[in-house]
Design a protein around this ligand. Structure first.
Ligand SMILES: *Cc1c(COP(=O)(O)O)cnc(C)c1O
Length: 369
């Protein structure tokens, strides 16, 4: 069956296209004025001192891990219910991800379970704000202070969301955002590292550009670095997308509210639960199917041309993670229960109420089979 309603779609307008065209005409395709402009605008938007644009969210997370000086033998506490990049960025440096189970309602790391996972080797907590909703940061910050741990925020899914009125990505030592085409705003591929710490910022600038010295224009490499630069076409998209981000998030909220309205009467569905201290920016709209027939429901939707995805398979049950760390089914029961029930529904700007009605009706039909 051909897909009639996709899961996600970037919102690209005339201004975005014009900006990229202008870059192409200028002939400056990397390390030019758009990069600086995007970084400044982004730092202003968040209300932080520094922003360093990179080639992807994963690259940004890798740099964050390096810039904090994390290394082989260290441990970092993080969530098993996330996109794999939040653990991979640690594994690149030989750092061990120590997984801590999630809260059943918000799907985010459960602060009550963190203390038990701390050892002498624990150096940081890598918090993921999954699906656009912040983790419960106050207790996490308290633990981090007490045990002198750094906080990395993986805000790749939560741009524009807030925790107790404060924007996610401003609550830890270093934060990372991503601009893949299914995120709240896009640069094609791309990411952003943000921080208020000058040392982390300068290391990030050097690490993304082959470890080069920032002090002069000569080719001096002070450390092992990478090519994690963002090009000017992407940065231009970043500038024009960021201008309409608040509007785009408002539109996503409208769509989420329409789903809440149309799904409310359907049995065996748990719609997303947003904690009262949070405002979600709706990366994805993920529901739970509670009658044990998620796979059937997904197949049914796809057969009717409605795209859906399994958000998210547990990290600890990926084959290489099982092989490396000996994880098995039962290790993180809440994550496993949630993961066995969750699926994502189409959410993008331009999705109409009639589409949402169709998705809801199709779900109802699938569940009453
Ligand atoms: C999207 C995402 C990333 C980074 O993705 P890239 O594709 O590398 O830009 C990292 N962590 C999470 C939780 C994500 O959803």
């Amino acid at each position: 069956m051909k897909i009639k309603i996709p899961l996600a779609k970037p919102y690209i307008d005339k201004e975005d296209r014009y900006g990229v065209d202008e870059v192409l005409r200028s002939g400056i395709l990397s390390l030019g004025p758009r990069l600086k402009r995007f970084e400044q605008d982004f730092a202003n938007y968040l209300g932080v001192k520094y922003a360093c644009a990179v080639s992807s969210g994963t690259a940004g997370l890798h740099i964050a891990v390096k810039a904090l000086g994390l290394k082989k033998g260290d441990e970092v506490i993080t969530s098993p219910f996330s996109f794999i990049a939040s653990s991979n960025c640690l594994l690149y440096e030989g750092v061990r991800p120590v997984l801590v189970d999630i809260e059943e309602n918000t799907f985010n790391i459960d602060p009550k379970k963190i203390k038990k996972a701390i050892t002498k080797r624990t150096k940081a907590i890598l918090v993921v704000h999954v699906f656009g909703q912040s983790a419960d940061m106050d207790p996490i910050i308290k633990i981090a202070r007490k045990y002198k741990l750094k906080i990395i925020e993986d805000a790749c899914e939560s741009l524009g969301s807030s925790y107790k009125g404060k924007k996610t990505g401003t609550l830890g030592n270093v934060s990372v955002f991503a601009f893949y085409p299914n995120k709240q705003m896009t640069t094609g591929e791309g990411g952003m590292l943000t921080t208020n710490d000058n040392k982390i910022y300068e290391l990030a600038l050097s690490l993304r550009n082959q470890g080069r010295s920032l002090k002069n224009n000569r080719i001096v490499h002070e450390r092992l670095g990478y090519n994690y630069r963002m090009d000017e076409m992407s940065a231009s998209l970043g500038v024009t997308q960021l201008k309409k981000l608040d509007w785009m998030i408002k539109e996503r909220k409208k769509i989420a509210n329409l789903y809440f309205k149309h799904l409310s009467k359907i049995k065996n569905i748990i719609p997303p639960i947003i904690a009262n201290y949070n405002s979600s920016s709706w990366f994805v709209y993920v529901i739970r199917i509670t009658n044990g027939k998620k796979d059937k429901v997904m197949k049914y939707l796809i057969n009717k041309g409605i795209e859906t995805k399994n958000y998210l398979p547990p990290i600890h049950l990926q084959s290489f993670m099982k092989k490396w760390f000996g994880y098995k089914i039962g290790d993180y029961p809440i994550t496993e229960k949630v993961a066995s029930e969750t699926l994502a529904l189409p959410l993008f700007i331009g999705l109409k109420e009639s589409d949402i009605k169709l998705v809801s009706q199709t779900l109802q039909n699938a569940l009453s089979q």
